[in-house]
Design a protein around this ligand. Structure first.
Ligand code: PHE
Length: 341
């Protein structure tokens, strides 16, 4: 018995073979355990000889099992050390890291500059109720501005009880939502995606705007001019003059389009120098009807609003010629114009 088991243990190839041997020899129903149970049937004399012999055999087998188990583990480790190794002198593999899209970069830059002037960030839905996108902004149903906007309307099944929705054509509905939520006084900007059915070198069906809104008791166009010149100077890193041109928006009165000073020499636009002007945003004093629609009393409160194209000013600052490339996801373009995080 002893020779049989010690020999088998020495030859066991792995841990599971070893475990099988343990069960077969010293397990509850193992050969040696069964023999020990038979001790009861023996005479005291026989038992005095067989008992200690069996116990010694059991100890010897257990010791052999433990020793073999350790030897197998050692061998396994040796094998791993022999086969799993790294050549730490190999050059590192090139890891492609992403970059920050110019729109995200400029979005952040704008948010930071306006934050310094006390504006907090407001948000609104991109799928917007037409009341917020138009009616509340003094653009009633049959106003020509609705047609001019190239609006994407959401499909409606006959009998749909919900109010009509559009993809917002500008960030101005956030004016209404933030005044409803916060009342006056208020100073917010609202950067976000907007949609119009339009496509050429300077227009894409989705683009980005940043809305500004400041309402208090005595805010005027002079405050608007200061805020914008302060913004452009910080954004372009050089003093930038602005020019106000009389314009018309249904939701502001008076309204102005704002141009910034630049030069067009040599096919490139340089902001903050030269004799030329470039239109960059629409603005004006918030129309009393808009304040009323948002639950703010126009007898007590007044202020300005503006809307600016984020993509537009990104192209200007970073010399990007074609707006459509912003949304092509061409990796070479992203690597060239992107920013490291
Ligand atoms: N919402 C206007 C647009 O998209 C811009 C604007 C915003 C004009 C706020 C005046 C005041 O063209």
């Amino acid at each position: 018995l002893k020779a049989k088991y010690l020999g088998a243990i020495a030859e066991a190839a792995d841990e599971s073979a070893l475990e099988a041997l343990r069960v077969q020899a010293v397990g509850k129903k193992g050969e040696i355990s069964l023999k020990m149970r038979e001790l009861g049937k023996m005479t005291p004399e026989e038992r005095q000889v067989a008992g200690p012999a069996l116990n010694a055999l059991k100890d010897e087998i257990n010791t052999a099992l433990t020793a073999k188990k350790a030897a197998l583990a050692d061998a396994a480790l040796d094998e791993r050390l022999r086969t799993e190794w790294l050549d730490v002198t190999l050059p590192a593999r090139d890891r492609r890291t992403g970059s920050v899209h110019p729109v995200s970069q400029v979005w952040e830059e704008c948010t930071a500059i306006f934050a310094d002037m006390g504006f907090s960030v407001a948000e609104g839905p991109q799928i917007e109720e037409d009341w917020y996108n138009f009616d509340a902004l003094n653009i009633p149903s049959h106003h020509p501005a609705r047609a001019e906007m190239d609006t994407f309307y959401m499909h409606r099944e006959p009998g749909d009880e919900r109010p009509p929705h559009v993809l917002r054509t500008h960030t101005s509905p956030v004016q209404i939502r933030s005044m409803q939520a916060q009342g006056a006084p208020i100073r917010v900007i609202a950067p976000g995606r907007v949609y119009r059915s339009d496509y050429d070198q300077t227009h894409t069906p989705m683009f980005h705007q940043i809305e500004g809104l400041a309402i208090d008791r005595d805010i005027s166009m002079a405050n608007l001019k200061w805020v914008l010149e302060e913004f452009f100077t910080a954004y372009f890193g050089t003093p930038v003059k602005t020019r106000f041109r009389a314009s018309h928006f249904p939701f502001t009165e008076p309204s102005a389009e704002i141009d910034i000073q630049c030069s067009f020499e040599g096919g490139t636009v340089k902001v903050g120098e030269g004799e030329d002007w470039l239109e960059v945003l629409g603005s004006g004093m918030v129309h009393p009807k808009v304040l009323s629609a948002a639950g703010v009393d126009p007898a007590e409160w007044q202020g300005f609003a503006f809307g600016m194209g984020i993509d537009r000013i990104a192209m200007l600052k970073y010399g990007i010629p074609d707006l459509r490339a912003f949304f092509d996801s061409d990796l070479r373009w992203l690597r060239h114009y992107g920013f490291s995080a």
